[in-house]
Write a protein that binds this ligand. Structure first.
Ligand code: FAD
Length: 515
């Protein structure tokens, strides 16, 4: 049952759940379904609100406030600022997700295996089996060539012209209406996000999901079990920012707790609960820093905000291709995605201010965009106040190489001017590409973004350097699990939601095997 605040007429006290799952996103939803399917009593606590598809009206500002009140939270670092986007609703990030679907690449599995995570090996058939199962459940299919909007076609044509590897993406959408509002939640209910799939199935199997229920603290019981303290807030105001005022108290007693509150929420919840995990909680926080390049096509209407935003990707220099002879780890390790969003989102991404920015916004219908997603090799630390992160010198070089390439591709297909996200002035010809190297990304004016944060509660065999073991159970707190993007011991260099679900599926199996 979905328990929204309107359905509760008194403070909540609830005992007896076998599992209490905190967070209903990519990981939490998969865990809820599999544990409920095995006959366990499952309760999910979700800080965000519940929006049925019909409430996901195609009004960008309205939906961005409802889905991501934390949109564009900046990281803090010495010389880098990355704005973080995260879902916060029933279904978590999967509801705001564009649906781009990737399995965890063998190159990354090999890295994880070398870190001592024995089961995470390209040779382990269990992993391939889980991905196949997830793809079937989520009806993942490849976008047909006829469905690319003009912006995606530009990237495809440009890459084909210069002989770069480029392909149509896989997405978890049953019958896409190509409206361009994926990130605002699917109004047609055809995107197979967690709300439409795992949470729905978990509900049918008897799991309860409390929405607008923010967990404040986890108190490990002595000798066993846990008390979880939360606050249930009233329905958000219709057009305002979600207000988190005087919440109604809620207290839950449970045998086991799974924290699936995302790469920032999970380490913060452990820290708030005084669970330091030998100083590891919050450590090794990382992300895919993403830069943007936009080209102006004065004689063409691109209307990049209509249709599927991201349906074409260039993986020529991506980490998945690390073993290729041309791959240079000092400058490669990024993928290019045709990318755009609705006007408010784009206004946040375009460079400049005042008249420079206005000129770009006036030309919105004539702009094409490419994003450069970098597989960072650096990490920082999440604390209660900050999300510390800086680019490494190699990340800076990768982003510079990727930005130069993206700008070159836009010029190739006829852009008259190209804007990067590192300085407000446009590049007027390919001869000016050298300016990108001169400025680079290691300064706070560079407009970097990410929807892919990782780490903070990393998995590993050693309790001195990691928070959870390979089965996502805390080394020092039996019965307490953390399972979501926060356990990833590295960035992965591809879109992550399916890999997070794979880790959750493995965790559910391991938990059920324990009995
Ligand atoms: C705009 C956007 C587009 C994206 N597009 C793609 C894409 O195309 N492909 C892809 O693979 N990935 C995409 N992603 C990334 C993907 O959505 C995330 O990587 C994934 O959802 C993370 O899963 P998770 O389980 O770690 O956390 P989440 O899915 O973020 O779930 C965490 C949940 O925990 C809740 N929570 C946090 N703190 C608390 C608390 N204290 N109490 C109760 N609940 C709490 C949050 O509200 C949230 O719902 C996108 C992300 C965004 C924001």
């Amino acid at each position: 049952m979905i328990l929204t605040p309107e359905k509760l007429d008194r403070d909540v006290r609830r005992d007896g759940a076998d599992f209490l799952i905190i967070g209903s996103g990519a990981a939490g939803s998969v865990l809820a379904y599999h544990l409920a399917k095995a006959g366990k009593k499952v309760v999910v606590l979700e800080k965000g609100h519940y929006y049925p598809p019909e409430a996901m009206r195609q009004r960008e500002l309205f939906m961005s406030q409802l889905i991501s009140p934390n949109t564009f939270q900046p990281t803090s670092g010495k010389h880098t600022r990355v704005a973080i986007l995260q879902g916060e609703c029933y279904g978590g990030g999967t509801v705001a997700c564009d649906g781009v679907t990737w399995d965890l690449p063998a190159t990354v599995l090999l890295d994880w295996h070398r870190l001592g995570l024995k089961g995470y090996s390209p040779e382990n058939p269990e992993i391939g089996g889980i991905f196949a199962e997830l793809r079937e459940q989520l009806e993942v299919n490849t976008v047909p060539d006829t469905h690319h909007n003009p912006n995606n076609q530009l990237l495809k044509i440009a890459c084909e012209r210069v002989g770069l590897e480029v392909h149509s993406l896989d997405r978890n959408v049953r019958f896409c209406m190509r409206c361009g509002f994926c990130a605002q939640g699917c109004n047609y209910g055809v995107k197979n996000d967690s709300a439409q799939t795992f949470l729905k199935w978990a509900n049918e199997l008897g799991a309860d999901v409390y929405t607008d229920c923010e967990v404040l603290r986890i108190v490990p019981g002595r000798p066993e079990g846990f008390t979880v303290e939360a606050a249930i807030t009233a329905k958000p105001k219709k057009l305002g920012r979600q207000e988190r005022v005087s919440g109604r108290p809620a207290v839950f007693q449970t045998r086991r707790v799974i924290v699936s509150a995302g790469a920032i929420g999970s380490p913060r919840l452990l820290l708030k609960s005084g669970i330091q995990a030998r100083g590891n909680a919050g450590n090794r926080f990382t992300l895919h820093p993403t830069g943007f390049v936009h080209g102006l096509f004065p004689d063409q209407i691109i209307d990049a905000f209509y249709g599927i935003n991201n349906s074409v990707e260039c993986t020529h220099f991506a980490y998945v291709n690390r073993r290729r002879s041309y791959y240079d780890p000092e400058i490669h390790g990024f993928f290019l995605e045709a990318s755009f969003s609705q006007p408010w989102g784009i206004a946040n991404i375009l460079p400049g201010a005042g008249p420079t920015h206005l000129e770009l916004m006036h030309n919105l219908r004539h702009l094409g965009g490419i994003q450069i997603n970098c597989k960072s090799d650096n990490c920082g630390r999440v604390t209660l106040k900050e999300m510390g992160y800086d680019l490494s010198a190699a990340d800076n070089r990768r982003l510079i190489f990727g930005t130069r390439l993206a700008a070159e591709l836009l010029f190739r297909v006829g852009a008259a001017k190209v804007w990067t996200c590192i300085f407000p002035e446009p590049l007027l010809s390919p001869q000016e590409l050298g300016k990108i190297e001169k400025v680079g990304y290691a300064h706070k004016q560079a407009l970097l973004h990410t929807g892919h944060p990782f780490g903070g509660c990393t998995m590993g065999p050693d309790p001195e350097t990691s928070v959870v073991n390979e089965h996502c159970e805390c080394h020092d707190t039996p019965g307490l699990y953390v399972c979501d993007a926060s356990v990833f011991p590295s960035t992965i260099g591809v879109n992550p939601y399916l890999s997070i679900m794979m880790v959750a599926r493995r965790t559910a199996k391991a938990i059920l095997a324990q009995g």
